[in-house]
Design a protein around this ligand. Structure first.
Ligand code: GTB
Length: 216
């Protein structure tokens, strides 16, 4: 079985591991599955060959024999389902871990992405400051709720799971903002994820791509 994923040829995050191939790399590293990476320019992402794999012309995609997937959540779920290590065996615990994956993507990530969009695309608008503070308030509401649930626990459920992998991946987008720093248990939770050997391997691999592209 050969696994191939796609990633930015030169990531706009300058190798900070914020693009969504990072969560797929991390999942593959957690389960010990080797993979290859096909790097794409923005132009190539919108060409027919890639659109056949990804209808929205984005990264990441995932190819494994005759299976092709897109959407980072679906890809991480697929990896977690087919290997041990990212989902518990107990049916109820497994369902809860999957619930956290959905919570990360559908409840926590949207305002965080809105923040990035506002900061990039609406900076010159007269409503910029007001809109940014409204989005920040929505993020703080979610982080307060998440922080209350996590409390002093290490992970969202008994053991590290794909739910934590996805939640930490989503929270990492806030790492450089003061918002996350205001939640000490969430900052520590993110740091625990980053300290995992699998995360570090994935991070180094994506950073190497950016470093090579910058040198070339
Ligand atoms: N819902 C999809 C998923 O989860 O897979 C979203 C995929 C997505 O947004 N892909 C982005 C992409 O391909 C890259 S990751 N964009 C190109 C396009 O749409 O044309 C998003 C991203 C981009 C940049 C940064 N950054 O610079 O920090 C962080 C995250």
């Amino acid at each position: 079985m050969t696994i191939t994923i796609t990633a930015f040829e030169k990531s706009p995050d300058r190798g900070r591991g914020l693009a969504r191939d990072m969560r797929v790399r991390w999942a593959l590293e957690e389960v010990g599955e080797p993979y290859e990476v096909r790097l794409l320019s923005f132009k190539e992402m919108k060409e027919p060959a890639h659109l056949a794999l990804h209808p929205f012309g984005q990264i990441p995609t995932y190819e494994e024999d005759d299976l092709a997937l897109f959407e980072s959540g679906s890809i991480v779920f697929h990896i977690a389902e087919r290997h041990t290590g990212l989902l518990p065996d107990d049916a109820n615990a497994r369902a809860r871990a999957i619930t956290w994956m959905f919570a990360a993507l559908s409840t926590v990530e949207p305002p965080i992405i809105d923040r990035a969009t506002v900061r990039i695309q609406e900076r010159d608008q007269i409503w910029y400051e007001q809109r940014l503070s409204m989005v920040d308030e929505r993020i703080r509401q979610r982080l307060t709720e998440l922080s209350n649930r996590l409390g002093s626990a290490e992970w969202l459920e008994e053991a590290f799971s794909a739910g934590d992998l996805m939640m930490i991946s989503v929270l990492l987008r806030l790492k450089d903002s003061e918002i996350l720093q205001d939640y000490r248990n969430l900052s520590a939770y993110v740091a625990r994820g980053e300290a995992r050997p699998a995360y570090k391997r994935a991070f180094e691999a994506q950073l190497a791509v950016f470093t090579a592209a910058s040198a070339g």
